[in-house]
Design a protein around this ligand. Structure first.
Ligand SMILES: *[C@@H]1O[C@H](CO)[C@@H](O)[C@H](O)[C@H]1NC(C)=O
Length: 422
């Protein structure tokens, strides 16, 4: 009783402490269970030979278990009292292995989050590498979804499992926020099962619509989570979805009569720190990856440092997303010192962005500032790959960045690139 009174008194004196909720997002672990220290980095994997593969991971490869474990442990040290934790997918490495091992990596990482956050809801949105074969998620109920549901069973309740089995999606309401986990691998550009399909795959559009409807009726706000974001990759220029899905997918949000209750949509996949503007349906926030892996399939491939995680703060009264803190580690220094040093990279409410909150309006303002202020744009580029040595950004690079941020719809993006008007 005394303790409660003390808390009440404390809340009265420092209201932000009690009125601010928090949650973690981390993504794209690409954990390689066969990673070998001092092996020879070879086409994206460090598994054999003698070479200079680092202790905690390598810019040319993925990362060993100890790096994944350390990142999750550190999240629980920096802020254990969060309302939920999001893993937005791609647990599996870029190297190969069996289906059984793939399910083990998903289960092992899920169990580890459970261990460090024993009483916290944990969400997982499936990544393209988490399907077997990779990228290929078949529409509708299928055996792989059932096996994945088994692998993440410690974090999935009976109700959630029902919709997960139908298409890899589910939701939960926490403190007035409806967290809606989507399966956007259905639309992924490399998904062979859906390249020539169309329509509402796995009835996901209808389900998303009903989630916004229900949230509106219950006076909640909606936070979407997915792995592959719609729109284009800001560094590489390609469409993340098969072309036919981008516009219909965006319309599910942008044409909903209650789209104003959408707080934001959180994604991973591109291994980059960026954002996207929508037509009044909340901003899309792209979280950088834990793995430093360089994209070998693109001439514009660059590695990044280790993105530990992103700690969001929100207002518990009206659910406004207030800010996030992005944490990272400089891989080269860590490997040289044989010590993992996680640190704050930046806080969205502080230098250099000074964002008032994470609303769409604040992101629209940031976009304009970045366009007019070279220093602000170069700060963004620096964070885009977690302070890895960024190359200079020529006018094509600049156009790709700004067009991708502003235009999610394919035609608008193509026009933006041609006339370079963003
Ligand atoms: C997963 O964890 C189990 C139990 O610790 C271990 O035996 C197995 O090798 C791990 N598998 C992978 C792929 O990490």
């Amino acid at each position: 009783m005394k303790f409660l009174l003390l808390i009440l008194l404390f809340c009265f004196l420092v209201p932000t402490f009690c009125l601010t909720g928090k949650f973690w997002q981390f993504t794209d672990q690409h954990y390689d269970w066969i990673y070998k220290y001092k092996s020879e980095p070879h086409s994206g994997e460090c598994r054999k030979g003698e070479g200079d593969a680092g202790f905690y991971g390598d810019y040319n490869c993925d990362i060993p278990w100890l790096t994944v474990a350390s990142a999750i442990e550190e999240m629980s040290i920096i802020e254990p009292n969060v309302d939920f934790v999001i893993n937005s997918g791609d647990t599996w490495p870029h190297a190969t292995g069996s289906a059984e091992e793939k399910l083990q990596t998903i289960a092992n990482v899920t169990n580890l989050i459970r261990k460090y956050f024993p009483n916290t809801p944990v969400f997982y949105s499936p990544g393209n590498h988490d399907f077997e074969p990779k990228h290929d998620c078949a529409p509708g109920a299928n055996t792989w979804l059932a096996q994945m549901a088994q692998a993440i069973s410690p974090i999935l309740n009976t109700e959630q499992k029902k919709t997960y089995l139908q298409g890899g999606y589910y939701s939960q309401v926490i403190g007035g926020i409806r967290v809606v986990i989507m399966n956007t691998v259905l639309y992924y550009r490399s998904n062979k099962y859906t390249s020539s399909a169309s329509g509402d795959l796995s009835n996901q559009y209808a389900w998303i619509t009903s989630q916004i409807d229900e949230a509106y009726e219950n006076d909640e706000k909606v936070l979407f989570v997915g792995h592959v974001p719609p729109g284009h990759a800001e560094r590489f220029g390609f469409n993340n979805f098969h072309d036919q899905y981008t516009d219909p997918f965006m319309k599910v949000f942008e044409e909903h009569p209650h789209k104003e209750i959408i707080l934001a949509s959180l994604y991973g996949h591109l291994h980059s720190d960026s954002f996207r503007l929508t037509e009044n349906a909340g901003p899309l926030l792209l979280s950088p990856s834990l793995t430093p892996w360089k994209n070998y399939h693109s001439s514009l491939g660059v590695p990044n440092n280790l993105g530990m995680g992103r700690l969001f703060s929100y207002d518990k009264q009206d659910q406004t997303l207030l800010k996030y803190e992005q944490y990272y580690a400089d891989l080269q220094t860590c490997n040289e010192n044989l010590k993992l040093k996680w640190q704050l990279e930046y806080d969205s409410s502080q230098e250099p962005f000074y964002m008032e909150d994470l609303s769409l309006i604040s992101y629209e303002k940031l976009y304009i500032k970045m366009k007019n202020d070279e220093k602000m744009f170069s700060d963004y580029l620096n964070f885009n790959i977690l302070k890895y040595k960024a190359d200079s950004c020529d006018s094509d690079c600049r156009t790709r960045q700004f067009c991708a941020i502003k235009f999610l719809h394919t035609d608008d993006y193509d026009i933006c690139k041609i006339i370079q008007d963003y």
